[in-house]
Ligand binder design. Structure first.
Ligand code: ATP
Length: 237
């Protein structure tokens, strides 16, 4: 497959107001790493929702894995969503499940046997620095710890696309880099990564990444094409 996502003239309008997203035209390629940047309110979360199929556009065409995601029958959506890992801005952990069970969820849904999930889940807990919080429920974890559980849950099933909305917003700079390294490792295994972030400093940490910048609901590059991020020196201001 030479493309994994294609948006053609996509617009999104909530209710009767002006369009929140307008004239989006872009293609994402398998195995690439993308940052989505833009000021608060520019429409990053809205664009990600279109990508992980929790929101339908008001106009345009969205192709995902080579198929038309807009006209797809509803009963096929869950199968498609399973191919996409999502780190939500508000985490959305299951409150009555432990950190371990939250992370194990995608594997259990995929039918992985109990004896086969212990090791990968424990390894993932270690990787995100929560090896000693295995049994903790979300309410007893800090915001940053919950964020790390949410990331571990999104990546453990090795999704074909990983969509992450401000995934480092609640962690310190060292942990932010560590989490980006986790995304990079997943990317090396072939997952297409889309990370929405305000944090311009993160962009230089993944030299091969490409950048999409939203301005008031439109991709800032007039051609709508993806651009490489500026060189690290340009980001110092
Ligand atoms: N469900 C909704 N109903 C109506 N308006 C919405 C809805 N969701 C988002 N909006 C509006 O759409 C615009 C873009 O919001 P969005 O959350 O996509 O921006 P963002 O770039 O992700 O912002 P932030 O960085 O603050 O998360 C905002 O003006 C917001 O108020």
């Amino acid at each position: 497959m030479d493309e994994i996502v294609r948006f053609e003239n996509v617009g999104l309008r909530y209710g009767a107001g002006a369009e929140t997203l307008a004239d989006l035209n872009f293609t994402l390629y398998p195995g690439s790493f993308y940052f989505l940047t833009g000021a608060s309110g520019a429409g990053k979360t809205s664009l990600l929702k279109l990508l992980y199929l929790s929101q339908r556009p008001s106009r345009g065409i969205i192709k995902l894995f080579g198929e038309d995601a807009v006209t797809m029958p509803r009963e096929r959506l869950p199968g498609f969503r399973r191919r996409i890992g999502v780190v939500f801005q508000d985490f959305r952990l299951v409150p009555h499940l432990s950190a371990f069970d939250n992370i194990a969820l995608p594997l259990r849904v995929a039918g992985v046997r109990e004896k086969d999930l212990e090791v990968p889940v424990a390894e993932m807990l270690e990787w995100v620095g929560l090896g000693d919080r295995t049994s903790a429920r979300p309410a007893t974890l800090s915001g940053g710890e919950q964020q790390r559980v949410a990331i571990a849950r999104a990546v453990i099933g090795r999704p074909e696309i990983l969509v992450a909305d401000e995934p480092t917003g609640n962690v310190d700079p060292d942990m932010a880099i560590r989490l980006l390294q986790l995304f990079e490792a997943l990317n090396t295994l072939g997952t297409t990564i889309v990370v929405a972030t305000h944090d311009i400093h993160l962009l230089s940490k993944i030299p091969g990444a490409q950048m999409m910048r939203l301005e008031k609901g439109m991709l800032a590059d007039p051609t709508g094409s993806l651009r490489h991020p500026p060189l690290p020196n340009d980001q110092q201001q």
